[in-house]
Design a protein around this ligand. Structure first.
Ligand code: BGC
Length: 465
């Protein structure tokens, strides 16, 4: 490359910026997994009933649904950087408030506000990442963000297990303050998103940022031009609702996100401790760590294969594993009347099929639903579509977090897993009849097919093939 064309910016800064934004994913994972391992101490401390204890998970998830619903508007109004800064400040301050909560109600308030930050970050961090990263690696970023979430979950499982012998949920929660503080300090140095700067009429500032984060002047000029072109297309979510083709993809996105949550994955993420205890495993905390580890490793695998094998074959593969494992885990619990112990063989089988379940989810529904939801909407309605589908994810997640323990009580652990299995069977219909294969087709081609009335399932077919 000619010397005159370099800008002094480049990969180091992109790496730094991506790391800070990815911390949002980590905090997301830490916050949602916090209950798993700490719940029994919180219950003891405040003498909680089952329905009160479910609120500790539920209220954070509800906050996330509210945060996600407003995140599109907030990030457009104030800019991605300020919003990330705000989210990290909330993560830090309200973790501290949570740690020192004098009453259960204060803890719930702190968790609700932490949830707002989780919901906002779950929209803004991937958005910011995709606007900062060079276009060549954009596709992988969503999967990387998912990986950070799983690492956050695993880190919380490990930390809760390591701190369990102190018996203090406050100590367990305080751990979350550390990455929150790092993210806050780091976010102070983040550049604003170049795309947002153009969006609010500041192209000169956008160019300045691009010079910091790209390596050549040609790249800067090309990208600035591209941003200006796409920004001309006005975002028009509500107006698009009158178009049947847009309603179709919106419904598909909503169904896919609901499917992801009603698979029951988060029953494990929040309450695997309770599941393994009910199975009589002697060390539920260790089993939970293995769950977290399988989740991380499988997500790595998914990142590697999703562009090679395509979305739909992996979804079918994952759904099959999920249906089989919910059926078996459910059966193992059904086999024993409540109060009677599982045999060691049954305990092992419960662990093995639970891990298979985690594998099935992490290889398929976990990353792929987020990828699909970022791909299926036409550019004009993308922000709106992603806001609606992300909010659906959080509302469904709230239901799982808020009622799983009650379902365990009334339907039994076995009945609850069979119920999840029923939803997963419906998943075959959603994937089979409604979901397009989006591998190897540009988003522009998908959009053209959609506007031309091509059925959902065939959207991924290139014109003329
Ligand atoms: C889901 C989360 C879940 C996580 C587990 C994500 O794709 O949206 O609800 O906790 O995967 O790894």
């Amino acid at each position: 490359m000619k010397k005159s064309s370099t800008t002094g910016g480049g990969n180091a800064i992109v790496t730094k910026v991506s790391f800070i934004a990815a911390l949002a994913g980590l905090l997301f994972g830490l916050d949602i997994a916090f209950v798993n391992g700490s719940l029994e101490f919180i219950v003891k401390d405040f003498s909680l009933t089952v329905s009160q204890s479910e609120k500790i998970a539920g209220v954070l998830l509800f906050g996330a649904a509210v945060g996600a619903a407003f995140s599109g508007w907030i990030s457009r109004r104030f800019g991605r950087k300020k919003v990330l800064l705000l989210a990290s400040l909330i993560f830090f301050l309200f973790t501290i408030l949570g740690v020192f909560s004098p009453t259960f109600t204060v803890l719930l308030v702190a968790r609700f506000i932490l949830g707002l930050a989780v919901g906002i970050a779950s929209f803004v961090a991937p958005l910011y990442l995709s606007e900062i990263a060079p276009y060549k690696i954009r596709g992988r970023l969503i999967a990387m963000y998912q990986l950070m979430i799983t690492i956050g979950i695993l880190a919380m499982f490990l930390s809760n297990a390591a701190l369990a012998h102190f018996g203090s949920w406050r100590l367990m929660m305080s751990v979350i303050a550390v990455p929150a503080l790092i993210m806050f300090i780091g976010a102070l140095t983040l550049p604003e998103s170049p795309r947002w700067l153009v969006l609010v009429g500041k192209p000169e500032k956008s160019e300045k940022v691009l010079r910091r984060i790209r390596t050549s002047k040609e790249e800067v000029a090309f990208e600035l031009n591209e941003i200006k072109e796409t920004v001309k297309i006005k975002s028009s979510g509500w107006a698009l609702l009158s178009k049947p083709y847009f309603r179709k993809v919106l419904i598909l996105g909503i169904l896919l996100q609901a499917l992801q949550q009603f698979s029951g994955m988060n029953a494990f993420m929040y309450y695997s401790g309770q599941v393994f205890k009910a199975a009589g495993l002697s060390n539920p905390a260790v089993a939970t760590i293995i769950v977290g580890l399988v989740n991380v490793l499988t997500t790595l695998l998914a990142i590697k294969y999703v562009d090679k094998l395509g979305r739909k074959p992996i979804l079918y593969f994952g759904l099959t594993i999920l249906v089989v494992s919910t059926a078996v885990v459910g059966y193992l619990f059904k086999l024993r009347p409540p109060g009677t112990e599982m045999t060691p063989v049954e305990q092992w089988l419960t662990l093995i099929f639970s891990l298979l379940f985690i594998f099935g989810f992490a290889v398929s529904l976990g990353p792929i639903i987020w990828i699909l939801c970022s791909e299926i909407f036409p550019l004009k309605g993308r922000d709106f579509g992603i806001t609606v589908t992300t909010t659906t994810n959080w509302i469904s997640n709230t239901i799982i977090g808020s009622f799983t323990l009650t379902w365990f009580q009334h339907l039994g652990v076995g009945g609850t897993f069979w119920m999840f299995g029923g939803f997963l069977l419906l998943g075959f219909l959603i994937v089979g009849f409604l979901t397009p294969e989006t591998k190897g087709i540009t988003l522009e081609e998908l959009e053209k097919n959609l506007e031309n009335g091509v059925p959902l399932r065939k959207l991924g077919k290139k014109a003329g093939s």
